[in-house]
Design a protein around this ligand. Structure first.
Ligand code: PLP
Length: 411
């Protein structure tokens, strides 16, 4: 066990998450659906509740105390996020509803302005639907085409094939940092480098990466990076789009309305500066405050310690599940994080999920909004156990015992 894991006191950490201490169907809850959404520490719940109890007011518009406080908290959250992903400037942090909205924003602004007939957008075979459909909508509108970098049987992107897709027609690469269905950690730095050599900008879908590893957007070199607050122990309805200021400055606005304008007449509207140009209407103020509290919490634990602890847990789970007869892990990349997707011969994943639920174990079953990944592996669905830093080896043991029950029932 390495030093980072040794100092990670999971039993103390679990006390910070009130929701974990309940029974489901009379059994202690084992929450293994963290890739869908993760649970919130008391500090996040308190920060949101404090906002409504003491500071609630709209931002940027009032001269009164409460509005000033709300505005300060909102802008401090932006700076916290800038530091969290090591962006060069807070103007490069745009608040959105989540990863999906962040990708749609880029597709509808950068994409519409820069993609034309015959152009191409490169994605990969392991993308979440949120990183497929916005590009299809854009491609259909513009007469452009989607090109898909294939993956091998482990669920790793074939880099040579990826590189061969990059051409003078490519307008953008959009790739997951970590796959939600398989857990693959993609070699994003290298992929960005290969695209940049040809002058192609890169968007990274960081929905599954931001909660599990240190992200440094300047070191990776990507042009856009998106993630969701609710997977990072923060509230739902808040997410982040990072974009290089030089690109964001050139992009047309996404939505029109309050705060994104500089001046309005019936003849012409001029737009606000960054980041407000992309933040039309009253934003999710409580969301930004909750997300800032989540980032404080995660920073206190340290992302390196979190990654080391989760890697150890993943290894333990992989080893245990590999020993279960008739169980096949789907996604066995050499660089992998926090996801155990599997199928059991002769049992539909929905039945697996239901039987596990009756034992208090929450997992996700289905296509995980990644139907092309399921097609690639020739399965209609998988059962997915996804880990967080508050999970334990005992919970993995409970999962394995639960699978034993499934097999008992299905003979
Ligand atoms: N991309 C990936 C890799 C995801 O895992 C998810 C959510 O599961 C999304 C995008 C969409 O995130 P959201 O629903 O928060 O917009």
């Amino acid at each position: 066990m390495n030093a980072a894991v040794a100092v990670f006191d999971v039993n103390r950490i679990r006390k910070d998450f009130p929701i974990l201490h309940q029974t489901v169907h009379g059994k202690p809850l084992v929450y293994l659906d963290n890739a869908a959404t993760s649970q919130k520490p008391q500090a996040v719940i308190d920060a949101i509740s404090h906002f409504y109890a003491t500071d609630c007011s709209n931002i940027h518009r009032g001269v009164h105390q409460l509005s000033e406080r709300s505005t300060r908290n909102y802008e401090e959250a932006r700076i916290k996020i800038q530091q969290f992903i090591h962006a060069a400037d807070p103007r490069e942090i745009i608040f959105v509803r989540g990863t999906t909205e962040g990708i749609n924003l880029v597709a509808q602004t950068y994409g519409r302005a820069n993609v034309g007939p015959g152009d191409e957008i490169v994605i990969s075979a392991l993308e979440h639907h949120s990183n497929i459909v916005p590009w299809q909508i854009l491609s259909e509108e513009k007469g452009a085409a989607l090109r898909v970098a294939p993956i091998n049987d482990r669920g790793e992107i074939l880099l040579d094939e990826y590189e061969s897709l990059l051409s003078q027609r490519t307008r953008l690469v959009s790739i997951a940092h970590i796959s939600n269905a398989l857990g693959t950690i993609n070699p994003v730095r290298r992929m960005v480098e290969l695209a940049h050599r040809r002058g192609i900008p890169v968007l990274l879908d960081g929905a599954q990466a931001a909660p599990h590893m240190k992200v440094d957007v300047q070191e990776i070199g990507c042009d856009f990076y998106v993630f969701s607050g609710h997977k990072l122990y923060g509230p739902t309805g808040i997410g982040v789009l990072y974009g290089k200021a030089s690109l964001l400055d050139e992009m047309p606005p996404f939505q029109g309305g309050g705060d994104m304008i500089s001046s309005v007449t019936f003849e012409k509207t001029t737009y606000n500066t960054l980041p407000y140009k992309f933040e039309a209407g009253t934003p999710n103020i409580e969301g930004t405050i909750g997300l800032a509290a989540a980032i404080d919490y995660v920073n206190r634990l340290g992302l390196d310690s979190i990654a080391a602890y989760e890697a150890e847990l993943l290894e333990y789970g992989t080893e245990k599940l590999s020993r279960v007869p008739q169980l096949r892990l789907v996604g066995t990349a050499r660089e992998k994080a926090a996801v155990l997707s599997f199928v059991i011969d002769g049992v539909h994943p929905h039945d697996v999920g239901t039987i596990l639920d009756h034992q208090g174990i929450a997992v996700r079953t289905g296509h995980h909004c990644a139907q092309p990944v399921m097609d690639r592996f020739g399965v209609p669905a998988t059962t997915r156990a996804s880990l967080a830093f508050y999970n334990t080896r005992e919970e993995i043991d409970a999962l394995v015992a639960g699978i034993g029950k499934v097999k008992e029932i299905f003979g």
